[in-house]
Design a protein around this ligand. Structure first.
Ligand code: BTN
Length: 251
């Protein structure tokens, strides 16, 4: 069923909502709107993405009508050091929205993977463009299957809960939860969010992981986030490494 835009506009009356049937990526659309001076909080959502973007240049599988594919243009005074924490805030927000709508408990894998068990159900992408932040969130909602290369890595709320979910209700919950978490960051700084992330993520501390960074990989046990929101890993040789970017997976 196509997304009910009237319902969405009624539930989010103060938001500018741009709805596209089919786009390359909502990130590109949102960057274009930001460059043309759109209001902060503008949402761009699509029924289908033909070139959905994931982190590190990876594609984001965006099956028509099955998931939530949404970008948001945000203009607020952000301390430059807060950028990594924005990703963490949105991961927490996505997990909270999913729990509210589906009852499913999610795990968070630093920095931006939202997991059910060990499988990913949502991902976050944050970029800067035209003096605005462009945040992108993809949630696997009603998919019943994934392409073979993703089958062991991805899940949907429907597969995990055994029932379909309203994408409209989930999007409203996501917008409200994102607003609350970003407001917490803007008003109270990073510390409360970092504590929340530590509480919500089994990956933050004591998890044996492999971190892929470019061509290299490092192995160790996670030891919390530093004050900026970067992941600290205790290495096998006794040293410690602060991971600023890269893909984390269980060892
Ligand atoms: C990741 O985990 O790799 C990030 C995935 C982000 C996907 C979303 S879907 C909406 C927005 N548009 C995109 O092209 N990407 C983000």
């Amino acid at each position: 069923m196509p997304l009910d835009l009237d319902l969405l506009r009624a539930r989010l009356p103060r938001r500018q909502i741009v709805w596209r049937d089919r786009v390359g990526s909502t990130m590109t659309e949102a960057s274009g709107l930001a460059a043309r001076g759109c209001a902060s909080g503008t949402l761009v959502a699509a029924e289908e993405q033909t070139a959905g973007q994931g982190r590190h240049g990876r594609p984001w599988h965006s099956e028509r009508g099955a998931g939530l594919y949404v970008s948001q243009v945000l203009r607020f005074a952000l301390r430059p050091d807060d950028l990594p924490a924005v990703t963490l805030a949105l991961g927490l927000a996505a997990a909270e929205a999913i729990a509210r709508i589906s009852g499913l408990a999610c795990d968070l894998r630093w920095p931006n993977d939202v997991l059910i068990g060990e499988k990913k159900c949502a991902g976050i992408l944050v970029t800067q463009s035209a003096e605005a932040l462009i945040t992108g969130i993809g949630i696997n909602v009603n998919q019943t299957a994934f392409p073979v290369e993703l089958a062991d890595l991805a899940t949907s709320l429907r597969l995990a809960a055994g029932r379909t979910h309203s994408r409209e209700e989930l999007l409203v919950a996501l917008v409200e939860s994102s607003e609350r978490h970003l407001q917490l960051l803007a008003e109270n700084g990073r510390q409360p969010l970092l504590e929340m992330f530590h509480g919500a993520s089994s990956y933050a501390r004591g998890k044996r992981v492999v971190v892929e960074q470019g061509g290299a990989s490092l192995r160790g046990v996670t030891d919390g986030l530093d004050a900026s929101g970067f992941l600290v890993v205790r290495l096998e040789d006794g040293g410690r490494s602060t991971v600023r970017s890269g893909g984390v997976r269980p060892a």
